[in-house]
Design a protein around this ligand. Structure first.
Ligand code: SAM
Ligand code: DTB
Ligand code: SF4
Length: 326
């Protein structure tokens, strides 16, 4: 992309989206919406290149928060079959990162089931970040809420991205989680952004929310002082025993519309087709890429559930003439 074109486009970035405007985009006839999204996508990205991030759950279960979608909340522990585990050893994490690198991932995301890390826990994660970064991988962690001092330590360790999702609209939030507020989420994102760490923030679709909630979530993300550099759009993985496991299925075309609208209103962000690919047909994934998704979680596991397999993804990329980002 010529530099000048990129600068011109950058000046078009908007941070004043009204929810009604975003809803109107959702209501655009499907073929027209995908065409618009693909046009925006091509102004900023090569449409055949997909960024691949691998995930590792470095600390499993026993989390103090009560997120209704999550297998790792201590609040749902009696109903969800999941063994708690302590924080992994640094060497084990580095070995997993090497496997991810060898399979073609360019970013390694480490997730911990914490409401917030204690300082001595954070110290171990800092060492993981340093060692994974030294391998030539981009680093991402998702550890829950952070203080400004903790954010500063992450920056110093060389962290590239911090994942912290808003998950849904402010209005629907208390149907999903009640142990934290929307504003606490925004506060952590503000600290991360201020420190100059790239923000990875998105949400989950298919938790029984309305289209207005989906539009409000995307407006909230786009209206942040900077668009998140990475926007994960998850389709709820219905984990038996979690409060939201019986949510009605979301029409896949509504999910694809969500990707297209995210692409249009956050033109320069990487939009990640995230959880939920395991149960998605290849045709649906292809439409997500056409709608402007240009990043995936790559690797046989997500955090506690299975992902689309590496073999399947390699084959899908070949059939769609997609190339992983270098
Ligand atoms: N505890 C940290 C936090 O909540 O920020 C980090 C880990 S948490 C599991 C990371 C994100 O994974 C959540 O914010 C949510 O968006 C996503 N997630 C968790 N369980 C999911 C599920 N069953 N389906 C789809 N996305 C899910
Ligand atoms: C994100 O938005 N999705 C990832 C990552 N960030 C940490 C997590 C998906 C989890 C899916 C359910 C599980 O495996 O437990
Ligand atoms: Fe804890 Fe994160 Fe799961 Fe919520 S999503 S219960 S904060 S691990």
């Amino acid at each position: 992309m010529p530099q000048a074109a990129h600068r011109q486009a950058a000046s078009d970035l908007r941070h004043d989206w009204k929810v009604a405007e975003v809803e109107a985009l959702f209501s655009t006839p499907f073929m027209e919406l995908l065409f618009q999204a693909q046009q925006v996508h091509r102004r900023h990205f090569d449409p055949s290149v997909i960024q691949a991030s691998s995930l590792l759950n470095i600390k499993t279960g026993g989390c103090a928060e009560n997120c209704g979608y999550c297998s790792q909340s201590a609040h749902h522990e009696k109903k969800v079959k999941l063994e708690r585990d302590t924080l992994m050893e640094v060497d084990v994490v580095v070995a997993e990162a090497q496997k991810a690198k060898d399979s073609g991932a360019t970013r390694f995301c480490m997730g911990a089931a914490w409401r917030n890390p204690r300082d001595e826990q954070l110290d171990v994660v800092l060492e993981m970040i340093r060692q994974v970064k030294a391998m030539g991988l981009e680093t991402c962690v998702t550890l829950g809420m952070l203080t400004a001092a903790q954010v500063a330590k992450l920056k110093e360790a060389g962290l590239d991205y911090y994942n912290h999702n808003l998950d849904t609209s402010r209005e629907y939030y208390d149907k999903v989680v009640t142990t934290r507020t929307y504003d606490e989420r925004l506060d952590t994102l503000a600290e991360v952004r201020k420190a100059g760490i790239n923000v990875c923030a998105g949400g989950i679709m298919g938790m029984g929310e309305s289209r207005t909630d989906r539009a409000a979530l995307l407006a909230e993300l786009a209206n942040l002082p900077e668009h998140p550099q990475s926007v994960p759009i998850n389709l709820l993985v219905k984990v038996p025993g979690t409060p939201l496991a019986d949510s009605p299925d979301l029409d896949i075309f509504e999910f694809i519309r969500t990707i297209a609208v995210a692409r249009i209103i956050m033109p320069q962000s990487y939009v990640r087709l995230s959880a939920g690919r395991q149960n998605m047909h290849d045709e649906a994934q292809a439409l997500c890429f056409l709608a402007g998704a240009n990043s995936i979680f790559y690797g046989d596991r997500l955090l506690t559930t299975d992902n689309a397999t590496i073999n399947h993804d390699r084959d899908l990329f070949r059939r769609l003439d997609l190339t992983p980002a270098a």
